[in-house]
Write a protein of this length. Structure first.
Length: 336
């Protein structure tokens, strides 16, 4: 394997000149730059990243902690694609760590990335997994403080982390759905929620109820039902809702999978009724579902870009004065 000394000998320059050429220094003549680059190509030279990292005191690595949770995989893929592109643009390697429902999983994931000497970390919080593993914000805060590198949280705010966070406002977004339905003339609006043991479900229920209240529509608890998160769960929840024989003309669902299952129940049990259905997530499959399902498009690209900008701003902050920022996004209605 060729070394920087081999390149310097072939190009007829010293090793420091080779280094300046490879680092893009402007203080090099064009003829010298050409000789060095030709030598690099001839010898198929590749810089020793480990040696460079030791010299510069940096690993040129960033980390991301993501939920090991199948229904989130399309959004996880979007996040990984964007942050991988950003890492490459900043000449950084990306390390990935997963967490699951087990108690210590989120904290161990952060510590693993810190042990790899990542310069900064993105942590994507999932409230459903967080309920299962009894996520402890105080413990999380202590770990973040102890590792002394920027940690940007996605969809959760940790005040002790200087609010380095990008959030999705579940309450305002569900309020937006309910307000649209009320203003479109729908009064009996049912809601299939996720289990109300989770914060995210509670926030979306709050948005639904506040939207009704703002439009002078009474909340009817018989129009609320809890469900698990898959298509079959939505199907059975909607069957139960219909069996209550409470007339409803619109239906809000916690996610698109529940909405797809609910649409099947409506199609089978009350095909004569026109029910306006809303999901959450705007899965492309909704374009092919009957009856039609409107949904919420989450601003993933915009929010992910904010996460990335915040991370690299704080990595590059030489004074280590992390910028306090709490950026919040609201979803957009997609009407079908």
């Amino acid at each position: 394997m060729a070394t920087i000394l081999d390149v310097s000998k072939l190009a007829g320059v010293n090793a420091s000149t080779v280094s300046r050429v490879l680092n893009g220094s402007a203080r090099i003549s064009e003829s010298t730059r050409t000789r060095v680059l030709q030598a690099v190509e001839t010898l198929n030279y590749r810089p020793n990243i480990v040696a460079k990292s030791l010299k510069e005191g940096t690993t040129n690595c960033i980390g991301i902690v993501i939920p090991k949770y199948i229904p989130m995989m399309s959004m996880v893929a979007s996040l990984l694609e964007e942050i991988q592109s950003a890492a490459e643009a900043h000449n950084k390697l990306l390390f990935i760590a997963y967490y699951d429902h087990t108690k210590d999983s989120p904290y161990k994931a952060i510590e693993r990335l810190n042990n790899h000497q990542c310069e900064g970390i993105v942590y994507w919080h999932n409230y459903i997994l967080g309920t299962k593993n009894n996520f402890d914000a105080e413990r999380f805060s202590k770990i973040i403080k102890s590792i002394n590198i920027p940690v940007v949280t996605f969809d959760i705010s940790i005040p002790e982390n200087n609010n380095l966070a990008v959030l999705f406002d579940h309450r305002k977004t569900t309020h937006k759905i309910t307000q649209y339905l009320c203003q479109a003339g729908y009064k009996n609006i049912a809601f299939i929620s996720a289990r109300l043991t989770t914060k995210i479900a509670q926030w979306r229920l709050d948005g639904y109820i506040s939207g009704l209240k703002e439009n002078n529509v009474d909340f009817n608890p018989l129009l609320l039902i809890e469900s698990d998160l898959d298509i079959e769960d939505g199907y059975h929840a909607c069957q139960e809702l219909i069996s209550r024989e409470i007339n409803f003309t619109a239906l809000c669902c916690f996610n698109d999978k529940i909405a797809i299952g609910a649409a099947k129940a409506i199609r089978e049990l009350i095909p004569q009724k026109e029910i306006k259905i809303f999901g959450f997530g705007n899965d492309p499959i909704l374009d092919f579902i009957t009856p039609s399902i409107s949904s919420i498009k989450t601003p993933m690209k915009e929010s992910i870009n904010e996460v990335i900008d915040l991370l690299f701003h704080n990595i590059n902050d030489k004074n280590k004065k992390n910028t306090a920022l709490l950026k919040t996004f609201v979803g957009d209605l997609v009407i079908r």
